[in-house]
Design a protein around this ligand. Sequence first.
Ligand code: NAI
Ligand code: MG
Length: 355
Amino acid sequence: MAKKIVVIPGDGIGEEITASAVRVLQRIDEKFRIGMVFEKHDAGGTAYDLYGTPLPQETIDAARVSDGVLFGAVGGDKWDAVAPALRPERAILGLRKNLGLYANLRPVKVADALTEYSPLKPELVRGVDLVIVRELIGGIYFGEKCESEMQDGHERAWDLENYSVPEVERISKLAFETARLRRGRVTSVDKANVLATSRLWRRTVTKVAAGYNDVELNHLYVDNCAMQLAVRPTQFDVIVTGNLFGDILSDEAAVIGGSIGMMPSASIGANTSLYEPIHGSAPDIAGKGIANPIGTILSAAMLLRYSLHEDEAAKAVEDACDKALTDGYRTADLWKDGFTKANTTEMTEIIIKRI
Ligand code: NAI
Ligand code: MG
């Protein structure tokens, strides 16, 4: 059976970087005979210009029945004046909601060739290979809220944090399954010394862990985790946490990687999942053909691993990216004296040659 991959380039550099990733997947298909077919759909400002909406129903429908979605990026100054409900960035929220993307996976792996780009010392960064599993559609971001009310003569506002056992079970299972594909260690992050939701979180994760004897579980408070990420990031394999803590920790962790153009992500749903680089549409370099395609190519590798269960093919893509860097090739964002400069197309070909 053919595997249908929906490709949503979006805006800015989205077109260039998704084209690169598709080229890489086509090479993988020749080698591993997966039978992927690609179908392109619009979203973001580009879709707004064409159809008056950043997320056409047709794109949602195609994504829903796909085996995986490869997403570029959306947004740009061109649409600054567009009404909030029709802004390009709404496409991402709409896809999350419509596809039920309940978890966000952000791996942080620093290529040996790139340790010097990290703000941390090379000896702290060498060997970092972790993934943050963040709950994406629950918690305080989606709880009841009050923008303004008066109490005892003072204005106040509030947001309600709440998690149910099934929500925590679902994300915990994903974290344990992810750990099984890796080094078999899960760190659950909460604030159980203060928050009731965190105590339910901790109880539930611990219960789910009983079904995964081959995975080791430990718990950390979020404030300690924030410190540990800066002090000894190599200690982590899989970090699982709620929406708010995950938002903050995943940005902290991403910076350890040192280069925004290199970082992939996955948003996992029950029926299909979406893969995208963590960076935006980079309007400042769009159309110049110099964007770093590796974040998107590594996102495609995650699609192979998590949606198509083609671990060997995923590894082949990751190794080829690593090799291209070790061999001294750099896109403009990472280029320095002594390295060979490559534009988007050249970098893509260099990687394909190494698969
Ligand atoms: P950005 O990530 O697009 O760019 C930040 C800086 O990093 C820019 O200097 C850019 O040139 C550079 N950069 C980013 N990706 C690169 C790559 N692959 N290769 C080389 N250099 C790269 O963030 P910014 O400028 O804050 O946002 C631009 C637009 O993207 C905005 O409209 C924003 O809303 C949108 N955005 C969309 C996201 C998405 O589609 N998931 C995520 C983040 C921002
Ligand atoms: Mg964030």
